[in-house]
Design a protein around this ligand. Structure first.
Ligand code: LLP
Length: 473
């Protein structure tokens, strides 16, 4: 459970103040600052503003003052971000041994670590069972009875949360809609029995469900339905006979004689969307929080609501800077070639995701002279394409950009979540650098990879064993 000061969060409940707007648009970033960062550190370059990460944490804590708020670290696992989130008082929700390892290194102790095991590889379970010996407050969330068996085989008998498939999903794309997908969680109508059976072997502290990622204001009904189902299941588990709640209808039909389960929390997942289009409205977070509380109620005394947002914490705190290297008019469209592509930001290629793109200028006319300031240029519809040999490698199509010139700097907005995290070295492209802004000061958070990073893990058998020492082969 989070050790943050609930009282302090209450003091700011519901406040939507001008210093902490619900969204930061790509147009809100200081163009001169971004241009200076690109000049200092080259492109492609991620810029992650820790102050904005903190603001996002504050808004979440203010909207959900009585909930446990866990940051889904998969959205951005950079050390500086993890430390900022830790200091803000959020727990960490981790999807792999690697994420647990990085959260530990960033100073989250076991009581603030939640490992969500999805078809976990054996080495991940081995690692987490080991960690749990030193950090017995860590919680493992399991979405299959088989996973619970595998934990028990490793001697694990600690804190467990059971992931439920709520049968209702939401999200910005079918590939990120988890609720209702058979892969995730124990089917709702089998969940109560699975939880009760798990109490024989573990300290069962919670139930969990996650609808999907990138839920927008139109999908709040699905969120509400999921939360209501989880509230109902929690009441059935805590009060199987329905003595204290006569409206309890015992959804699984098998619990009237069961022992109560001493749950600490009901985790209704993350998924809070952020607006990517410049004119899309942000989520009304206080309204989402009110709807969540209403749908889950009544939770018995002592049982907390938990949420685990990832995107909401980091998305609008990040931009990707990329430089125009080619301008190619064709009969159909003008293609603007840039030095960042799907290896740096995969979301457009993978989900057809929209990211706003702003031309910050600074380039040269074809004759070599300085291009005019962007404010003086006509908006031109263009396709922004990366350097990868794939048709899908575009960052945006049919975008009205201030007429681009070679050398212009473009800012790709809302890139702080699932941006660097999903970067790859495909096409043998080293991954980009990332700068963290902390109270305005820029420091390198991840250095730019170079060509030697491409082969760092490669082992090339040499006929005679080569002359490298064995340990290095
Ligand atoms: N909890 C669980 C168990 C999850 O699986 C996820 C995300 C979250 C929390 C956080 O969801 P969020 O608040 O960030 O929406 N790569 C995709 C997103 C995949 C999300 C997977 N799970 C994208 O770029 O849109």
């Amino acid at each position: 459970m989070s050790d943050r000061d609930v009282g302090a969060a209450e003091a700011t409940t519901g406040s939507v103040d001008d210093d902490n707007p619900p969204v930061r648009r790509v147009s809100d970033w200081d163009a001169d600052r971004l241009a200076a960062l690109a000049a200092d550190h080259e492109t492609p370059l991620y810029v992650q503003d820790l102050d904005r990460v903190r603001e996002n944490c504050e808004r979440l804590l203010a909207a959900f003052p009585d909930a446990d708020v866990r940051y889904a670290v998969k959205a951005h696992t950079g050390r500086a971000v993890l430390e900022a989130v830790r200091d803000a008082g959020l727990d960490a929700e981790c999807a792999s041994a690697g994420e647990v390892d990085r959260a530990l290194a960033a100073g989250f102790d076991g009581s603030r670590l939640h490992y969500t095991a999805v078809n976990p590889p054996a080495r991940d379970l081995d690692y987490v069972a080991d960690v749990a010996e030193a950090e017995p407050e860590l919680t493992v969330t399991a979405g299959a009875v088989d996973t619970l068996d595998r934990l028990a085989e490793r001697g694990y008998d600690g804190r467990v949360c059971v992931r439920v498939n709520p049968g209702v999903g939401a999200g910005h794309h079918e590939k990120v809609t988890t609720g209702g997908a058979a892969k995730f969680g124990i089917p709702y109508d089998r969940a109560a029995a699975a939880v009760r059976a798990a109490t024989e072997r573990f300290d069962v502290v919670g139930i969990h469900a996650h609808a999907g990622s990138g839920i927008d204001p139109d999908q709040l009904d699905s969120h509400r339905e999921l939360v209501a189902r989880m509230g109902e299941l929690a009441r059935e588990l805590i009060d199987p006979s329905g003595d204290t709640d006569p409206s309890d209808n015992d959804p699984s039909g098998d619990g009237a004689d069961a022992d109560p389960v001493d749950l600490e929390y009901v985790d209704v997942g993350g998924g809070f969307g952020v607006p990517y289009e410049e004119d899309a409205p942000p989520l009304d977070l206080p309204a989402v929080a009110a709807a969540t509380r209403e749908a889950v109620a009544p939770l018995p005394e002592g049982v907390d609501l938990a949420i685990e947002p990832g995107r909401y914490v980091v998305a609008d705190a990040g931009v990707l800077l990329t430089r125009v290297n080619t301008v190619k008019p064709t009969p159909d469209e003008t293609v603007v070639g840039v030095d960042a592509g799907m290896t740096d930001l995969l979301r457009p290629a993978m989900y057809d995701a929209y990211h706003p793109i702003r031309n910050l200028g600074g380039g040269r006319e074809p004759d070599g002279g300085d291009a005019p300031p962007v404010a003086e240029r006509e908006a031109t519809p263009v396709t922004v394409a990366g350097p990868i040999c794939e048709t899908g490698d575009t960052l945006g199509t049919n975008r009205a950009l201030a007429d681009p010139n070679r050398g212009d700097l473009l800012a790709v907005g809302v890139a702080g979540a699932y941006g660097y995290e999903m970067a790859s070295q495909y096409n043998s492209r080293p991954r980009p650098a990332e700068v963290a802004l902390d109270d305005g000061t820029a420091t390198i958070a991840r250095r730019r990879e170079d060509l030697s990073d491409l082969t760092v893990a490669e082992r090339h058998p040499e006929p005679d064993g080569g002359d490298r020492p064995e340990a290095e082969r």
